[in-house]
Design a protein. Structure first.
Length: 176
């Protein structure tokens, strides 16, 4: 899906959803002040249950965000879009439908036959972290689950042994 995206905004959108395990509302509400490129961390504000959490960005996302910031120069929200062509204000958060449309369109363009939605990328994030050796407790914390049982529903394989949190996007491109 990332390779299928021709727009930098769409590549970044899919990379954030998968690489950080974000919910639709979380990716839409990323503020520039919540991105720490030096530490490669993203503050996710007021996720489900009104909880804040930090997630690692990984090297590829740091590069992608840097490129996007240079090219688009957003003022407040990372991913922006105007509500209509007649609306001159462009620094409004990306719409929910816009995010959903981009994910659906890119999955089809990538030739993925299964049904893909925004939550599929979040599910893949958690599953791939476990498959890459991260322990279940860390995986519970990164997507912001309140209960371990929620994480267990997402995950098909639970392994032990703590691994430093990382973005699965980096393992996809062998950047760890």
């Amino acid at each position: 899906m990332i390779k299928a995206a021709t727009l930098l905004k769409h590549r970044l959108l899919v990379s954030l959803l998968y690489g950080c395990g974000l919910r639709c509302g979380e990716v839409r509400s990323i503020l520039l002040k919540d991105i720490d490129l030096d530490r490669a961390m993203l503050l996710v504000r007021q996720g489900k249950g009104n909880k804040d959490r930090y997630v690692p960005l990984g090297k590829l996302l740091v590069r992608g965000i840097s490129s996007y910031l240079e090219a688009e120069q957003p003022e407040n929200h990372l991913l922006t879009g105007s509500l209509s062509l007649s609306d001159p204000q462009t620094d409004k958060s990306y719409s929910q439908r816009g995010v959903q449309w981009a994910v659906k369109t890119l999955s089809k363009k990538a030739g993925i036959l299964k049904e893909v939605n925004v939550h599929t990328l979040r599910h893949s994030y958690a599953t791939h972290l476990i498959e890459d050796g991260m322990d279940i407790v860390s995986v519970k914390e990164l997507p912001g689950h309140s209960h371990i049982e929620t994480t267990m529903v997402y995950l098909h394989v639970a392994q032990s042994g703590r691994v430093k949190p990382f973005s699965p996007l980096d393992t996809l491109y062998n950047q760890r």
